[in-house]
Design a protein around this ligand. Sequence first.
Ligand code: S3P
Length: 175
Amino acid sequence: MTRIILIGYMGAGKTTIGKPLAAALGLSFYDLDWYITMRYRRSVAEIFAERGEEGFRDLERRMLHEVAEFEDVVVSCGGGTPCFYDNMEYMNSKAETVYLKASPEVLAAHLRMGKGVRPLLTGKSPEELEAYVSESLAERERFYCKAKHIFDVSLMENIKQVDRSVEALRKQLGI
Ligand code: S3P
């Protein structure tokens, strides 16, 4: 049985590498935000608006406990998932956990393109976004670094690089 959980900051490319990794290994791919959206029939933004961040984190934890029971899967979590409750310890007890690591500059560049759908980033100017990413990444890294594996995803700007990263990650995980 193989179960891999990908963690990392928003914009790191958890889905970008998670989907082809799952396909290459013949595993199913689950994105935790997507799973929450399906189970509750609400977007993440709507859940934040209705229940606040605290409500979202509670629900995220409960959904993590469902998804982490699935077998032969690659699961990508939200950027905040590892930083609340005992989620990181729980994930380490259930799966091979991988921190997808990238610099604040790379993350901010990715997020500048898609920040509209992320409640924690809405309304931020490019300068505010960069400052926010640097500060919150510094706070979150102590949780992320508890993952069993750390994998650099700074170079995933095109399909070739993504494919190479998938191969390199497989090698690192020995699968
Ligand atoms: C969050 C990351 C998002 C989503 C929510 C909160 C965070 O997921 O779970 O908006 O706290 O970093 P992605 O990392 O997939 O964007």
